[in-house]
Every structure is written in C-alpha cells, then in structure tokens.
Design a protein around this ligand. Structure first.
Ligand SMILES: Cc1cc2nc3c(=O)[nH]c(=O)nc-3n(C[C@H](O)[C@H](O)[C@H](O)COP(=O)(O)OP(=O)(O)OC[C@H]3O[C@@H](n4cnc5c(N)ncnc54)[C@H](O)[C@@H]3O)c2cc1C
Length: 400
C-alpha cells in the first residue's frame, strides 16, 4: 500500500510552509509573556490577525471568517503542519476552537458580529464555564442558576477549572435555567462579561508551575446578564455542550499522533546528550525498547486516524475517533513517565534550568512535561469516560 497526497494537496502544503517561513514570529518573540490561555500578548494578536487576513486561521471556513474553503484533506494537512511546527494559531484556544464555532452554529447574526468575528481577529478572549465542583464528567448535573427577571438573567453559582478566567473578556457559561426539568433539559448558555459586578475569580495554584495559574474558580453572586446574551434557545443548552466538545475533538487526533512523533524526536535528542556523570539514555536498553514501541504506536495511531478521517470524509461515522483521544493521551503520558524514570534524579531537577534533562526535554523540561501529560487524559472527557463511551456506543455493551 502506498499512502500519499495528490499534487493539489502537496501544493497547498507548500503554500502553507512558504507562508509560515515568511511570517512566523521568531522564537524569542513567541516566548514572551503568555500568561494564561486567555491572555493574548501583542505578538500573538498580530500573528492571529495576519492568519485571519491571509485565510490561514481556519482554512476550512470561507474568507470572511479567516479561511479559504479548504477541503477536509487540506484541513488535515494544515493541522499536521501546525503541530509539526509547534506554533499556536491563537493564544486563546478555547475561544477559537470551541466557543467561536458554537456561536456560529447557534448564535444570532448580532452575536456572530459582536463576538465571533472579534474573537477570530484576536480582539477579545474567552473562558469556558462548563465544569463545577459537582459537575465535571457528569456535566449535566451543573447547578449554576440563572433566573430570568424583567428581560435579564441573574446568575448565582460556581464554576471550577475555568482556564484563563482571570484574563478572559467573556465567559461562555452553561447555566441551569429550569431546575424542575430533567437534568439534560433546563440548561442554557449565556455570554457573560467577565467585568460584570458580582464575579469573583480565584486562580488555582498549579504544581506544574507554581507561579503561573491557568485554572480558576469563578464565583457568581447576583450577576446581571442582559437577556440578549442568551445563545441558542432557552433551556436547550445541552445540544450546544455536545456541539462545543465535538468542535474541540474534530482534529484532535492529529495533535495526538503528530504530537507524539514530536515528543519521540525530543526523546531522541535527549538520549544522545550525556547526563551528569556521562551516562546517556541512548545506552539504556529498556528505554530504547520503550521508544521503539512508542514509535510503532504513534504510527498505528496515525493510520487509525487516517482511516477514521477517510470514513468521516465520505459522510460515514468513525468509531476510530473514539479511541484516538484515549490512546493518544495515554501513550504520551506513559512515554513521559518512562523517560522520567530513565533520567532518574536528573529528571527531577526543576530548579536548574541548565540541567540537560530540563533544557533538552522540550519547551518545559521533562518533569513539567510529565506532570502536564496527565492533563490530556482528563480535559475534554477523562480516559474512564472515553472507555465508557467506547464500551457503550462503539462495542454496544450494556449501559452501566
Ligand atoms: C487542562 C484542563 C483544562 C480544563 N479547562 C476547563 C475549562 O476551561 N472549562 C471547564 O469548564 N472545565 C475545564 N476543565 C475541566 C474538565 O472538563 C474536567 O476536569 C473533566 O470533565 C473531569 O471532571 P472532574 O475534574 O470534575 O472529575 P470527575 O468527573 O469528578 O471525575 C473524577 C474521577 O472519576 C472518574 N469518573 C467520573 N465519572 C465516571 C464514570 N461514570 N465512570 C467511570 N469513571 C468515572 C473520572 O474519570 C475521574 O478519574 C479542564 C481540565 C483540564 C485537565
């Protein structure tokens, strides 16, 4: 079997590479000041605006939305290149990849003009208010309450793990508008201005980088939200939740498989560099075996992704996609753990920035990388929930 792209797709890839080569902000500029997933530093604002104006921000969309009507295969190539280069399209990923598509699907024309376009042009940033202390995997159990009084909503309750809430201009917030309805009904979505009186944002310290918080708790006390900020129909927010997460997952498998390949490249670079005492990971027989296995698994993941993608492109359903997030995130975490173990004490040295294990391990060093690798097995649906979905919806096993 031969796997290759046609000439038109390769021409698309060449155009994209030429654009990146000519315009990519230099690494020293990119390293500057990204505080959270809703903080857009000046260089990132300029970069995203350039992508929007040039039709490279969301290639599958029409030019007026920052795209070029790219085919599904071209979109896949676009994501492959993006992950390969390790460059973000946006410093507010939830705004670009989850919230904007949801507003375009469900919002009014006024909301599209007021929120979707400025988000695409990097003029405003967002946080996503889904999870609550008792509603994560069971999102439909959310209790943050919004009552309609005289044309505006009054919101009371709490969100948690809200990435970037301390820097966001707006929250795309899932609230309960009908407490008497069954739990999947009675949920609505509101756009909440984060500067509204009654909002308190408390950043949560993170083990990966104690001085840098992305997660927050967000408390709402009698927060007034104009009725026109309702997205979609009242009490019909559950469909938006499903759609939002589907947007998040759409091309995720490419990040998983290409991301794993990039990590393997980093392992190889670390492996040939002498550690303190002269030891090299490349001489560790167990690690060599682990890396070889990870490489094979990365290729299998990619092929599984292509197969699923081919089905989706033909309008069929793809059970493959259900296993890609689970496999990809767990493979990355396991590889990070194995490399950490092979490094031994050298891999635990967070304080010494010049420690080979840190500087060669990737942008953040192996310890941080390992700690962060757990997050992808949780965000957007935990591994256990993915297994439940595969068991029930793909294999047809009895519901729990
Ligand atoms: C990097 C990252 C960014 C995030 N950003 C945001 C954000 O911006 N906005 C937002 O709203 N949320 C965000 N989250 C939160 C995320 O959506 C939740 O953490 C996730 O849905 C899991 O919910 P939980 O943490 O409440 O865990 P729980 O649902 O309480 O689960 C705890 C444990 O129990 C297991 N479990 C739960 N139910 C079942 C079941 N039925 N069967 C088997 N096992 C089960 C889970 O797998 C898990 O191991 C983020 C999370 C991460 C890691």
């Amino acid at each position: 079997m031969q796997l290759h792209y046609d000439q038109e797709t390769e021409a698309f890839r060449s155009d994209l590479r030429a654009f990146f080569e000519a315009n990519l902000p230099p690494p020293e500029e990119r390293a500057e000041g990204v505080r959270s997933s809703a903080h857009i530093p000046e260089w990132a604002r300029r970069w995203q605006r350039l992508l929007f104006d040039s039709g490279w921000l969301v290639p599958g969309w029409p030019p007026e939305l920052g795209g070029r009507n790219a085919t599904p295969v071209q979109q896949m190539v676009f994501f492959e290149e993006l992950v390969r280069l390790g460059v973000p399209r946006s410093c507010n990923p939830q705004g670009l990849s989850i919230i904007t598509p949801s507003i375009l699907d469900y919002g009014t024309d006024e909301q599209k003009g007021r929120y979707a376009l400025p988000t695409l042009r990097a003029e405003i940033s967002w946080c996503l208010g889904m999870s609550e202390p008792n509603a994560g995997s069971d999102l439909a159990g959310l209790r943050t309450r919004a009552e309609l009084h005289d044309g505006h909503f009054v919101v009371n309750g709490q969100k948690v793990w809200t990435s970037g809430a301390h820097d966001a201009d707006f929250c795309f917030c899932f609230v309960r508008t009908d407490p008497d309805a069954p739990k999947h009904a009675g949920i609505s979505v509101l756009v909440i201005d984060m500067k509204s009186p009654g909002i308190e944002v408390r950043p949560l310290a993170e083990l990966t980088d104690p001085g840098h918080a992305d997660f927050n708790e967000v408390f709402f006390t009698d927060v007034e939200v104009p009725g026109e900020n309702l997205v979609g129909q009242l009490h019909h927010g559950w469909a938006i939740a499903g759609g939002s997460l589907a947007h998040e997952r759409g091309m995720l498998w490419i990040s998983e498989s290409t991301g794993l390949e990039r990590i393997i490249e980093r392992v190889l670079a670390t492996a040939v560099t002498p550690l303190p005492g002269g030891r090299r990971l490349a001489d560790d027989a167990i690690l060599r075996d682990t890396v070889a296995r990870a490489y094979v698994q990365a290729q299998a993941l990619k092929l599984l992704g292509y197969r699923g993608f081919a089905k989706v492109a033909k309008g069929k359903s793809s059970p493959e996609h259900s296993v890609l997030k689970l496999l990809g995130s767990e493979l990355r975490r396991n590889l990070a753990l194995d490399v950490g173990e092979a490094l031994g004490p050298a891999g635990l040295d967070l304080d010494r920035n010049d420690a080979p294990a840190n500087t060669r391990g990737g942008d953040q060093g192996w310890l941080t990388h390992w700690l962060q690798s757990f997050s992808q097995t949780i965000a957007g649906g935990t591994s256990e929930i993915q297994r439940n979905i595969i068991a029930e919806r793909v294999l047809g096993l009895p519901r729990r």
